[in-house]
Design a protein around this ligand. Structure first.
Ligand SMILES: Cc1cc2nc3c(=O)[nH]c(=O)nc-3n(C[C@H](O)[C@H](O)[C@H](O)COP(=O)(O)OP(=O)(O)OC[C@H]3O[C@@H](n4cnc5c(N)ncnc54)[C@H](O)[C@@H]3O)c2cc1C
Length: 396
């Protein structure tokens, strides 16, 4: 059935992503029972399939070998990858889409093109012990020494450090005209002075680690600086916007899966002589969950279409925070209700509700906590007013 506002290509892309995710789902329990790992050949097969289906690097320009998808199409794919637990959906890799417009041809060839091809990928080293929500509090430094920069600092929560080949390292400049401003660098992981300190365990069971990494007198040529000195924060903000929207999309996928699975269970599970779905307490939990899903999906789709239509970047910024805030909090409620509907089974790691209950929690923390999203929305509301943020004037 045709959906109003969807092109044939949108529908077909969604179907392609659904097909891939349907192949990933059967590996969830194996991954959960093996510290997030599945056999290497299977994982490689998933990555190859994601590339074959044209989903990997969907956000990158076609001339670099990417998919050149619209933002709405990327949301449709991320929604599908959100349906699967244990980070199995990460086989659809999305390199930094902001990079091609600011990187030099040499940087694009050395780091971005291999990421588009799925050969080598990145990780982000921004957060530090004393600088989480307050990114400007970072103490890492970059000092120009002749034709090089000398980088120092300790980063934490560096996601995918164990699988990445290179790192985006954010630091404050020491000396020069941009003293105290931010700069972002490409750092190959095997550069002398890059040292893994620890890979702590987190709530979720993912194969990718979140490392604590020391950078000790790491010397990189000036050609590793991204953009100009002082530009560092603007790239990070662009990445935050993108990731916030994609988190909202993945949360929609998780909610879709949970509502489907919990409804199927409630129709089948019999207690006191009837299916539990017939108890109003259970039906109401399902109804509230469906509403949470629908509202989140409408916000996420509307935002993506707005970005495709070219809404102002400040409005995008506020709306990305609104969608991430609402969808991640809604997904937390839906997962909690799903555990309750499954009863004791919902507390078992082999149950999808239990896994999502743990996994979705971080969506209220990373890429800016819920409190930070509220701060952004409140600030934009005070500056721009209701109709600019959510009304007619926010729509081009
Ligand atoms: C699994 C995981 C993966 C991550 N991956 C990466 C990564 O790859 N690269 C990277 O650089 N970082 C990464 N992060 C870091 C993540 O972005 C931070 O954890 C997040 O921004 C919050 O910072 P924090 O943990 O230091 O909390 P804090 O900033 O210390 O916040 C603690 C509490 O105070 C609240 N708070 C802080 N400031 C305010 C305020 N102004 N108003 C109201 N409340 C406030 C917060 O909302 C929170 O509730 C990751 C984190 C996790 C958990």
């Amino acid at each position: 059935m045709a959906t109003p506002g969807w092109s044939e290509e949108d529908r077909e892309i969604q179907e392609r992503a659904r097909r891939l995710v349907d192949e990933l789902v059967p590996w969830e329990v194996h991954a959960e029972e093996h510290e997030g790992r599945i056999p290497d050949d299977v994982r490689e097969g998933h990555r190859a399939k994601a590339r074959e289906l044209g989903l990997s690097a969907m956000n990158m320009p076609k001339d670099l070998g990417g998919g050149g998808f619209t933002m709405f199409q990327q949301v449709l794919v991320s929604e599908q990858t959100g349906r699967v637990t244990n980070a199995l959906g990460w086989c659809v890799h999305t390199p930094p889409a902001w990079a091609p417009s600011v990187c030099t041809p040499g940087q694009i060839e050395r780091w971005i093109v291999p990421a588009v091809r799925g050969e080598r990928h990145e990780c982000y080293a921004i957060t530090e012990e004393g600088a989480g929500s307050d990114v400007d509090a970072i103490e890492s430094t970059a000092r120009r020494v002749g034709e090089d920069y000398l980088l120092n600092g300790t980063k934490m929560h560096v996601t995918s450090y164990n699988t990445a080949a290179w790192i985006f390292f954010q630091a404050k400049l020491v000396g020069g005209n941009h003293e105290g401003e931010h700069a972002l660098f490409f750092v190959d992981k095997d550069t002398p002075g890059v040292r893994l300190l620890r890979e702590p365990r987190y709530s979720h069971t993912y194969p990718d680690t979140h490392a604590i990494v020391a950078f000790e007198d790491v010397r990189v040529p000036a050609s590793h600086l991204i953009g100009a000195e002082g530009d560092g924060m603007s790239f990070t903000h662009e990445w935050f916007r993108y990731e916030r929207l994609m988190i909202a999309a993945r949360c929609c996928g998780a909610m879709d899966r949970l509502v489907n699975e919990a409804t199927a269970f409630a129709k089948e599970r019999v207690q006191f002589g009837k299916p539990i779905v017939e108890f109003q307490a259970i039906g109401h939990m399902l109804a509230d969950s469906l509403n949470d899903l629908w509202a989140s999906r409408l916000m996420t789709y509307e935002l993506a279409r707005g970005i495709d239509a070219g809404i102002d970047v400040k409005i995008q910024h506020a709306r990305c925070s609104m969608a991430k805030l609402f969808a991640s909090e809604a997904a937390g409620r839906v997962a909690d209700r799903a555990v309750q509907i499954f009863g004791g089974r919902g507390y078992m790691r082999e149950n999808v509700a239990e896994r999502f209950f743990r996994e979705l929690r971080v969506d209220r923390i990373w890429e800016g906590t819920s409190e930070i999203q509220r701060n952004i929305v409140a600030d934009q509301l005070a500056k721009r007013g209701v109709s600019n943020l959510i009304g007619e004037r926010g729509t081009p």
